[in-house]
Write a protein that binds this ligand. Structure first.
Ligand SMILES: [Zn+2]
Ligand SMILES: [Zn+2]
Length: 370
């Protein structure tokens, strides 16, 4: 397998549009793997990628099969199923060394010459030129060439059209509960926003044995879904409540007047980034999972007293530890992935899939390649 192959892929122009076209994917060099993608989930980042520097192969939460192996890759075998991981760790920097691979010093290509997560220049070509891929993966493509550190083996028995969503939203939600907050049995958890990440957070809280799992959303349908994934209490957020005071009163009524031990914000609404600080008790932990950016003003009173505010990246993902554990929870029925995937699409149906994403019709949509 030393030849370039052609691949159908979704390519954004970086100006809001995209097309399905043919790319060429190189044979793997040392330390690289070529993967035949089986399925790739969608999340809001995929929509945002339409305005990143283009042209760019889209997609970042994928699963597939090892199609060709480069020299020196020994932990994988040809044809075996794998999960792709967008926070590609280098395995050598101080962060990787201390077990914080999700914030690897080199994972965003800071020092490519020191072990970049990126496959070499020219790995993928489009219209005769080298093209980059979202998060150095580009999973809306039949094939992709990645660093071996970007893939984790999966058991042969798991359906890849569901396993693919482990690689982003599920990891973020569940991991933020079990790895970052480290919720203990009996503790109380509030989750603001019941989309894909919020529902994964709720599942994580259930798996951790939280005593109260309080789902908060404006949309009654979203709250009904939250119940199905493990919420013990449902709070419909008041529409006119800019300071969150009404919501806090509702929450206190079910937490003995104290607030929750942990509150997670997973709405994607930047204005709500600091809301979880209000919802936790003294000494509680507020976690913002939306990746909110830009400027927000917060009152220092909201930190009183002993409150911690954390913005976890990717649920603290350590691929070798976390992906096998998520698969185990899925296989023994503790983690519901089937219920998380609302609809499957072909690659040609990606426009519809993005429409459904933006309108909130799905928990998760998944593009299937087989
Ligand atoms: Zn590293
Ligand atoms: Zn994502």
């Amino acid at each position: 397998m030393n030849t370039r192959i052609t691949s159908r892929a979704a390519i954004t122009d970086g100006r809001g549009g995209f097309q399905i076209d043919t790319t060429e994917v190189a044979a793997p060099g040392p330390g690289e793997v070529r993967v035949r993608i089986a399925a790739s989930g969608l999340c809001h980042t995929d929509h945002q990628s339409l305005t990143w520097d283009g042209p760019l192969v889209m997609g970042h939460e994928g699963a597939g099969y090892v199609e060709a192996l480069g020299e020196g890759v020994t932990h994988l075998t040809h044809g075996s199923p794998v999960l792709l991981n967008w926070a590609i760790p280098c395995g050598e920097c101080p962060q990787c060394g201390r077990g914080s691979a999700n914030v690897c010093d080199r994972s965003m290509g800071v020092k490519p010459e020191l072990g970049s997560p990126r496959a070499r220049e020219g790995h993928t070509r489009w219209q005769g030129r080298s093209i980059q891929r979202a998060f150095n993966l580009g999973t809306f493509s039949e094939y992709t060439l990645v660093r071996a550190e970007a893939v984790t083996p999966l058991p042969a028995t798991v359906p890849l059209d569901r396993a693919c969503i482990l690689g982003c939203g599920v990891m973020t939600g569940v991991g933020s509960v079990v790895n970052v907050a480290k919720v203990q049995p009996g503790e109380s958890v509030a989750v603001v926003g019941c989309g894909g990440v919020g529902l994964s957070t709720i599942q994580g809280a259930r798996i951790a044995g939280a005593g109260q799992v309080i789902a908060i959303d404006r949309n009654p349908d979203a709250l009904a879904r939250a119940r199905q994934f493990g919420a013990t209490h449902l709070l419909q957020a008041p529409l006119e409540d800019p300071q969150g005071e009404q919501l806090l009163a509702l929450l206190k009524a079910i937490t003995d007047g104290r607030g929750a031990d942990y509150a997670f914000e997973a709405t994607g609404v930047h204005a709500l980034a600091f809301l979880p600080l209000k919802l936790v008790r003294h000494g509680g932990m507020a976690l913002q999972l939306s990746g909110a950016h830009g400027e927000r003003t917060v009152s220092l009173f909201d930190f009183w007293w002993d409150k911690r505010y954390v913005v976890p990246l990717y649920g603290g993902c350590q691929p070798e530890r976390d992906f096998p554990r998520l698969v185990d929870w899925w296989q023994n029925g503790q983690l519901d992935l089937d219920g998380m995937v609302s609809r499957f699409y072909s690659l040609d149906e990606l426009p519809q899939a993005l429409d459904d994403l933006l309108s909130g019709r799905n928990i998760k949509g998944v593009v299937r390649f087989e």
